[in-house]
Structures are given as C-alpha cells and as structure tokens.
Design a binder for this molecule. Sequence first.
Ligand SMILES: NC(=O)c1ccc[n+]([C@@H]2O[C@H](COP(=O)([O-])OP(=O)(O)OC[C@H]3O[C@@H](n4cnc5c(N)ncnc54)[C@H](O)[C@@H]3O)[C@@H](O)[C@H]2O)c1
Length: 352
Amino acid sequence: MTYKLAVIGYGNMGSWHCKNVKERISGLEVVAVYDIDEKRRLLAKEDGFIVYDTENEFFKCEADLVLVATPNNFHKDHCIKAMENGKNVVCEKPACLNLTELEEVIAVSNKTGKLYTVHQNRRFDTDYAIIKNIVKGKLLGNHFYLNSRLYGNRGFSSAGWKSLYETGGGLLYDWGIHMIDQVLCLFENDRPISVYAELQRVRMTNVDDVCRVVIEFESGVRAQIIADLWCYVSEARWHLEGSEGSAVIYNWFGKDGKIIRAKNQDIKWEEGCFYTPNGLSTTMWPRAEQDLEELSLPIPDELPRWEDYYENIIKVLDGRATQIVTHDQIRLGIKVLTAAFESAEKNNVVKL
Ligand SMILES: NC(=O)c1ccc[n+]([C@@H]2O[C@H](COP(=O)([O-])OP(=O)(O)OC[C@H]3O[C@@H](n4cnc5c(N)ncnc54)[C@H](O)[C@@H]3O)[C@@H](O)[C@H]2O)c1
C-alpha cells in the first residue's frame, strides 16, 4: 500500500522532504503541498507537486499523513489542524515552543487516535551511532562527562524567522533540540534531574546564536551541549569521559576518532614530576604510553539510514510497529528545552 503525504511549508526543509521522500521512500507519495508564500507555491508546482492555494483546502485534501515544516511558532496549530482533519502527523523539530503547547498537541493526538511524532533525524547520523555504541557498550567504565558540540560561523539570515524569538528562532530551538534529543536517547536508562543553560546573543539582536546547556543525570553523568554560530576553529563533535578511558569523535556525520583506555585500572601512584620551563606539576604528569591502549571506534556494521525514519512511520500506519520518536521522548526533550530557556533567563540551575 502507498500512503499519501501532504506537506505544509515548502521552504528549505519542506522541499527537502518532498524531494527525498519521492526519491528514497517507496510506500509514500507526496500528494499535496501548501505554503503561505505564493512564490514557494509556484516553485512547488514547477517541481511537479500538486499545490493547494489555501490552508483550509490543504487540510481537507485526501492524505494519510501531514508533514509540518513551517516556522516553529506554527507547529502547534498546524499539527492540531491536521489531526482534527483526520490526518496523521510528522512535525519538524522542535515539536513546539514549550511544554504547554506540546501537551495540547498530544491531547489532540490521544483524542483523535492519530499518529503524532517529530522528525528527529539526527538520531540517524553516523557520528551519533558510534557514540551510542560506545555508551551502550560501556567501553569507558562509568561515564561522568559528555560533550556534544557543533560549530558554524555564518549566523542566521537576519531577514528570516530564525532570527526572531517570537517565531521560534534562535540556536537552542534550531540545533539545541536535536542535540538534547540525542543526549536524552544516549542516556535513556538514566533520568535527567537538572538543567543549566547560557544563551548568548553575539551578533544576533533578538535570539541566541550561541547556546550551552548542561544536563545533569541521576547517575551523576553530566552532558554539555554547545552550539555556536561564531566559531572559526571547531572542537571535536563528541568527547566522552568515563572512569577507565576517554573517547573522541572529530566530525559531524563522520567516522574519525579514537578511544584511549588505561590498561591497568589499579595503577600504583609513582612519585614523579612533569617539568615545564615555568615550574613543575605532579598532578598533570601523564601516564606512561605503555600504560595506555587505543581501541578502534565501534562503528556499527549497519549504519542507520534516514530512510529508517519514514519506513518506521509506514509500519506504524500499517499497525506493524510503534513510533520510534515517542510522545514521552518528545515531552522530555521539550521539558529540557523549556528548562534551558528558564535557566538562561534566571541564571540558575533548574530542577526537572
Ligand atoms: N530536521 C532538520 O534537519 C531540519 C533542518 C532545517 C529545518 N528544520 C525545521 O523545519 C521547519 C522549517 O524550517 P526551514 O529551514 O525549512 O524554514 P524556511 O523558512 O526555509 O521554510 C518555511 C516555509 O514555511 C512557509 N510558511 C511560513 N508561514 C506559513 C504558514 N502559516 N503556513 C504555511 N506556510 C508557511 C514559508 O513561506 C517558508 O516557505 C522548522 O521547524 C525547522 O526547525 C528541520
């Protein structure tokens, strides 16, 4: 059976979904597109899609599934409208602007029985699959610190909705939620207990263009997320520390990195010193090389593919699977996101 997909918002991401669903997903057909902007509707027509001229007609079209790819401030209303018109929904991230909005959407999903899920496509990245294997395989002993970082150096276009707080712009909504979702899934058997965040407006005047979020988990693990739009020298995408070793993955969607472990966990403290021209240090004296071992990264034999996301949706519609991105996961992600905004505003730690 082929399911019918309708797409609202034919901007960068909406048009990407249309093209990629058409080329890569059998079992789904794009049957309708709507965008508020006439130029985008014209483009969708030129790209060969059936285009509706009004939002009301669009929501009444014959489709099984609606993809919401409008600016973030419209997600709540568009998801609710789609479900109330009998459609299942995939929403672009972030699900909503805050937890209050999200609960409204989930209530409609529960009432109508329609699927509601979010496109957390960064769960399918190669770098993420590797760090996940390291965590799940407990290759580093007890984890205590994770750094998840991404850097750009172009900012947001000042003309677009991403540069306005009211429309759900800013880096925490944009990349922060991807990174929060990844971290929560990495430590899914743990419980986040508090959030501390710093949001900076370096060159943007209305939204954050640098964000740092620290999530503390019940086990004691702390995960720091850094997204920064004004960095010209990047640091490694992932850096994980455990009681017995450390791991690094250098690039976003890459496979390069290493794991270094201490060979002997009961190593005896030897008296010794590390001398520098300006003094000495016993504390920072590194272990001898022969006491360390390098492990290759546990790259999964089968890497996750973006197609897995929509193939799961098709199985859910068939009644053969449950959704990968669950309501509870979406709720937790938005709860952490909301807490991060509150923490940054009040400049304190927010308990979850
Ligand atoms: N998952 C990902 O990897 C990823 C990547 C980029 C963007 N996104 C998400 O996709 C969504 C869209 O982002 P984008 O980068 O494509 O933005 P965009 O500005 O390129 O596209 C948004 C489109 O929505 C249209 N629009 C605005 N208001 C509308 C309305 N009321 N009704 C119908 N159409 C409306 C605009 O005309 C525009 O064409 C956002 O939620 C964003 O966070 C996700």
